[in-house]
Design a binder for this molecule. Sequence first.
Ligand SMILES: [Zn+2]
Length: 262
Amino acid sequence: MLNITPIPIIEDNYAWLLQHEGKTLIVDPGEAKPVIKYLKANQLTLNYMFITHKHWDHVTGIAEIKAAFPQCIIYGTGHHDIPCREIALMGEETFELMGLNWKVWHTPGHTLDHIVFHTQTIDDNGQTQHHIFSGDNIFACGCGRMFEGTPEQFHASLQSIVNHPPSTLIYCTHEYTLANINFALHVEPNNTYTLHRQDMCQSLREENLPTVPTTVGDELKSNPFVRCDQPDVIRAAEHFSGKVLGKPEEVFAEIRKMKDTF
Ligand SMILES: [Zn+2]
């Protein structure tokens, strides 16, 4: 059974802890202390680390965690220098680790070095459950800032994630959902699913519970950044830019600019 736990770090980041067949893996530990504390409190050791991209809030904890658990092997993007990285991944890799089959692909857009990690499990009903560790690529009802890539690259990266079955779980690394929903409702005020999602997420946050992981299905219904072919999203982007926009990538570029100043 695959166990996946969000460990809150920094202010609004999550490092994801995976346990399977007696092995333990952490994704994007931007801060060491909460991760080490959790592992020790639960009498766990750490076997592996996955790093999606170079930003400080994803890599700062690596060295201190490696010092505490020296046997831990660090897999990270090979498109940039990552502290202590032992295995560089360029994307398009597949490998077996802790009894799971992993697939990695390159998702430039937020940064040029960004990669995502995919694995799958079989649930109690015999159905395949997909899991994607998406870093700062797609967020619940949003996406990362476009620091380095082009709109074409970022749009394609987001599509490579939502191009999975609706039940796919997406483990993103920030608790930005309520702010993202406010923006999504600015773009699509009549999206009843987004309004419903706002109620659900508000209740979760009142209980101090995470609003993530999210699912591909939820994102396709409410995230404007993966709905760039929807009439209301196109209309909002055209109104913002004052231009007629032909392609989803152009719509994406305008929606991303709109969010930057929202
Ligand atoms: Zn980042």
